[in-house]
Write a protein that binds this ligand. Structure first.
Ligand SMILES: [Zn+2]
Ligand SMILES: [Zn+2]
Length: 275
């Protein structure tokens, strides 16, 4: 499984283009722009429909399945479907997400477009082209899901944004998952009184502990913090703080190679009959 980080930033990116705080100034001085969080798996499965263009050199032409976590506009920017329609009007596409997110996509689709909208709720499973995708519950302001994606080569990814502390049902659902890659949101840094359904530097390590306790995160799991906003300390400090918890920060455009040929521990017969 090849995981390309298209964006690793919060709703407003990092730096926020309107902000002059120390964290934004540091990012600007370093020339580091973090787009809204979105990820491409094997060039074909797109997690979240970002309002941002992909990093330089990255194409979305091979995308056959889009997994949308929720309807907030940093994760569900359906204008992007029109960009696709202008060049690939006849190519089939599956768009998966909560029903209210899909409803915002519908007006952007041509009436006869070969785009299939598949509504999911927590616990639901979708199979496409050898990928088995499970929607897990999130704790967010609107209906939202996290995604557990198992690829045809055995790699397995947890995409966990946006959410506050994980619902117990989400932790239980990934017991013994031994993910190759976990992308977990860490929006607010040292701001702990944000009073939103997001994680910060206090709650992020607590969620990792919970995931480790059930075998979802192991010593072999690559944990990367995403949905990073400017309330975080400057990047070098943030990287050091997260390293204490076994997590990394990576720039937009980074590529991870995970779990080639590792056998899945759950539902292994699904790989024999990809839909
Ligand atoms: Zn968000
Ligand atoms: Zn959100």
């Amino acid at each position: 499984m090849r995981v390309t980080l298209l964006g690793t930033g919060a709703a407003d990116g990092w730096p926020n283009p309107w902000c002059t705080c120390a964290s934004c100034a540091d990012a600007r001085a370093a020339g580091t722009t973090r787009r809204q969080t979105s990820v491409l798996v094997d060039g074909g499965v797109l997690l979240d429909l970002s309002p941002a263009l992909p990093p330089d050199g990255v194409s979305l032409a091979g995308v056959h399945t889009v997994l949308i976590t929720h309807a907030h506009p940093d994760h569900c920017a359906p204008f992007a479907l029109l960009w696709r329609h202008w060049v690939r009007p006849d190519d089939p596409l599956t768009v998966v997400g909560p029903a209210d997110a899909l409803a915002t996509c519908e007006p952007w689709l041509a009436p006869d477009a070969p785009v299939e909208l598949v509504a999911v709720t927590p616990g639901g499973t979708v199979r496409r082209r050898g990928y088995e995708v499970r929607a897990l519950p999130a704790d967010h302001e609107v209906p939202a899901v996290l995604y557990d994606v198992a690829g045809p080569d055995g790699g397995r990814l947890l995409y966990a944004t946006d959410t506050g502390p994980l619902p117990e049902a989400a932790v239980e659902a990934v017991r013994d998952a031994a993910f190759d890659v976990v992308l977990l949101e860490e929006t607010f840094g040292d701001v702990r009184d944000h009073d939103t359904r997001h994680l910060d530097l206090g709650t992020f390590p607590e969620q990792l502990d919970r995931l480790r306790a059930v075998g979802a995160v192991t010593g072999a799991t690559d944990v990367v913090a995403v949905h990073l906003g400017h309330h975080n300390p400057p990047a070098a400090q943030l990287a050091a703080r997260l390293a204490e918890h076994g997590a990394r920060v990576l720039p937009d455009g980074a590529e991870l190679h995970a779990g080639a040929y590792r056998r899945r521990s759950w539902n292994s017969d699904a790989s024999a009959a990809p839909a």
